[in-house]
Design a protein around this ligand. Structure first.
Ligand code: TA6
Length: 279
């Protein structure tokens, strides 16, 4: 079942329910901000103080970072992580393949406004499959006469019982850029979080496993060779106006990306799909 709902301030979202799970997707940013299997705790973390209003990115769920990841390389006045997550997408439709699986399709096309920011014609299609497994697939189509380069991320916020107990397995020996020290390093063993972490891992070509006291989550990717791991920790969290003071204790971002060395160039008329599969 799918229902179109609105918060009191007019912020529109979709609520999808089937025999597997319940999910909520804001039309702004095609932003999945809730996914919960019928027999489980919510999979995705959502800040208790997140904005849920036009023009402000939701703090949590799966933000779509596109057509650039991080700060814009030349124009700092442009929004961090691109404009897709602050744009209102169009619902193309929902396919209920069967009782336990629903596929929601949303579209964002280039516009006069977008071309002022990023001078290319494009079409974005997001397919979110709500089932026992959560799949988010972002397809970029180059509708322009010129090739363009994108960096992007499905910036997933995972809900965890206690960040101190979390282990991320599968990044052993992966090179990464440490955004905090601006240094290139190599991961040794599993990833543990006991301070602010902001890392872009490269050469990631295997599923990752997030071990949490509550559960184990497998994160697989297609069309991606980079993964971002982020936790703001205490000080940065306290400075964020859309994150509760102790929010860092119960979340971890593990983001399926095309970031830094994994940026993608798309020729005219061609497509690229970035997919994260979470089970
Ligand atoms: O994915 C990690 C990161 O790039 C961090 O540097 C931090 O800025 C985070 O994204 C959140 O960014 P946002 O623009 O959503 O506040």
């Amino acid at each position: 079942m799918i229902e179109q709902k609105t918060f009191n301030n007019g912020f529109e979202y979709l609520e999808i329910t089937n025999t597997s799970a319940r999910a909520k997707i804001a039309l702004q940013g095609a932003h999945l901000f809730h996914y919960q299997r019928v027999d489980r705790q919510p999979l995705l973390w959502l800040s208790e103080t997140s904005f849920l209003e036009a023009g402000k990115a939701i703090r949590g769920g799966v933000p779509i970072c596109w057509p650039w990841f991080g700060k814009h390389t030349t124009d700092r006045s442009l929004p961090q992580h691109g404009f897709a997550r602050n744009s209102v997408w169009k619902l193309l439709g929902v396919t209920e393949t069967n009782a336990d699986s629903s596929e929601v399709k949303l579209q964002l096309k280039s516009s006069v406004e977008s071309i002022k920011i990023w001078p290319y014609r494009f079409e974005l299609l997001l397919r979110i499959t709500i089932a026992q497994t959560l799949t988010v697939a972002l397809t970029t189509t180059n509708c322009d006469q010129h090739p363009f380069e994108i960096s992007s991320a499905l910036h997933s916020y995972f809900s965890v019982a206690d960040i101190k107990d979390v282990v991320v397995e599968g990044l052993d020996n992966a090179p990464y850029f440490d955004a905090l020290t601006q240094e290139n390093k190599t991961q040794k063993g599993n990833v543990y979080i006991s301070e602010e972490v902001d890392r872009v891992y490269q050469k990631v070509n295997n599923p990752l496993t997030l071990h949490d006291r509550k559960r184990t989550v497998q994160i697989s990717a297609e069309g991606s060779a980079s993964t971002v791991v982020w936790n703001p920790w205490q000080e940065k969290c306290a400075r964020m106006n859309d994150m509760q003071e102790d929010g860092y204790k119960t979340m971890l971002c593990v983001e399926t990306a095309n970031a830094m060395d994994d940026e993608r160039t798309i020729p005219p008329g061609e497509k690229h799909t970035l997919t994260t599969i979470i089970s």
